[in-house]
Design a protein around this ligand. Sequence first.
Ligand SMILES: [Zn+2]
Length: 294
Amino acid sequence: MSESPALLLGSVMPDFAVWSERVTVALGQNPSAFTGPGTNTYLIGTGPQRILIDPGDGRDEYLPVLEQAMEAAGCEGLQEIIVTHGHPDHIGGVQSVLDRYGDTKVSKRPWPENDAHYGFEITPIDDGCVIKTEGATLRGFHAPGHCPDHLCFMLEEEQAIFSGDNILGIGTTIIPAESGSLSDYMTSLGRIEGEAPKRIYPAHGPCIADGQAKVREYIEHRLDREAQIIAAFGSETRSVIEVVRTVYAAYPEALYPAAGQSVTSHLIKLEIEGRAARSGGEKDSVLDVCWRMT
Ligand SMILES: [Zn+2]
């Protein structure tokens, strides 16, 4: 999911493409304001059986595209499915792929209250897991923040990272105020930067040729936003919507609820660091909550 819907809506990608000798992408056929051109679903490896990462959200149009992509990649079947995280545009397509290609292992990092919605068996994987197929080795590492269960995968042969929703090919990631954590997300970006990725294969949008530059850009973007939010408060107590109107003045009002989530995520991070405090009681909407810098 991205926080830049207007930007994402304008971007178009082919249904499938071979991005390297061991990476083929098939679009999930689920374009939207939040998913951009749709979810990138990835076939990994060089052998007859490949790993499939994130099989989209489960719409009928996806299976023929996956079939074409498998043909283009030169593979006959699926070794197993890996899910980066439990959002519906990543995990929602698992069942229909299992129905079409037969039962195969489905692995992800557990997020029990979320994963319970899905009827298939999940093999738990976690930080440090290594998953191999012919021609490719994936090393998983935990990168929470966008959501608690998120794993990224280093493709060792290419020093390239499957970033899921942590880094996108276009726009920036939503950090939900409730289930996300900007504090964790910044740590995760640091971890991705520490892996010194060459390419990044994102879950939405085009392949990122200079991974390290993109991670740096993401870190700078959040730090800039944080500085703008702190400046918007000055020494006053303000509601989130007042801050949104200042910081996001150039954006259409339709985006203000999403911007309110983002500002709140920043304020929770600053609260954890002892730099911001809530001022006032419970409110119906995060937009109405008042905060001040401490
Ligand atoms: Zn997501």
